[in-house]
Design a binder for this molecule. Sequence first.
Ligand SMILES: Cc1cc2nc3c(=O)[nH]c(=O)nc-3n(C[C@H](O)[C@H](O)[C@H](O)COP(=O)(O)OP(=O)(O)OC[C@H]3O[C@@H](n4cnc5c(N)ncnc54)[C@H](O)[C@@H]3O)c2cc1C
Ligand code: FES
Length: 281
Amino acid sequence: MIRASENIYEPKIAVLDRVTDEIPEVKTFYWHFEDPLEQEKFRKFRPGQFAQVSLFGIGEFPASLPPRPPEKETFFTIRRVGSCTGALHELKPGQRFGVRGPYGNGFPMESYEGRDLVFVAGGIGLIPLRSCIIYAIAHRKKYGRIQIFYGARRPGELMYIEDLRRWEAAAGIECYLTVDQADADWKGHVGVVGSLFKRPDVDVAVANATAFVCGPPVMFRFVIKDLLEMGFHPRDIVSTLERYMKCGVGKCGHCCIGVAYVCVDGPVFTYEQIRKLGEDI
Ligand SMILES: Cc1cc2nc3c(=O)[nH]c(=O)nc-3n(C[C@H](O)[C@H](O)[C@H](O)COP(=O)(O)OP(=O)(O)OC[C@H]3O[C@@H](n4cnc5c(N)ncnc54)[C@H](O)[C@@H]3O)c2cc1C
Ligand code: FES
């Protein structure tokens, strides 16, 4: 609950612990709040929720949160695109930045219990979907089949490679990877992510399934078309919408699409809702 005296826009001070490289221009930033009380308050959020990250004197930007629990550490995986993300990429362990949140609706994972889960991601679209996958694996008995379809432009651009290898090897998870352009070492599938659906050894779960789709607009458009042709109902396809955000809490209107505030009504929407909002990508 927000107290009358609380400034909802005031970021809390975060300290960078360590940084790991993911793929070119994408790094993962592990951090904690300087104030242990803030750290304690910030211990539960659902996949698909986000935080506003502040780089002092530069600005703020939204970033997806990993699911807690089961993740024990808090981190952001961030692609360098402009001023704020670039400034975060320049920070060294021990340096400070600001965080406020968690915000947004997140994926209602409880509502998919008993269903098959089909994850389809392209490029850095795996950032929010990884959260759902980690959550689903942590609650494995509550879900049916777990299928992961992930594509990147080149083998060196496959994100979270250790997770991918673990999921490929895990019993009870069907994980299929593809790249647009192979290199000499790549022995796997080559083609856009939707081409995986047509492989003879692949049997996409449809009848009792929810499909999660995140990736660049062109991939999203083609994958949605494939899923609808396979028989998915638009309400059984979910995704996250990216919008330029300022306040993150439904006050400024920067993120509005039609009647929806992406920061509070989203960023997770069904494809049925996305179409109604006039966002038929
Ligand atoms: C809910 C939500 C969660 C997000 N989670 C992540 C995440 O986990 N990791 C991550 O790397 N990114 C994430 N993003 C995208 C991230 O917020 C933007 O890349 C960031 O705002 C860019 O800020 P900047 O100051 O570095 O870029 P700016 O200096 O503001 O912009 C640089 C260039 O990038 C373009 N740009 C800015 N924002 C976006 C955007 N959202 N989409 C496409 N182009 C954009 C601008 O038009 C400009 O051309 C998320 C966005 C949303 C809405
Ligand atoms: S970002 Fe201000 S209303 Fe959504």
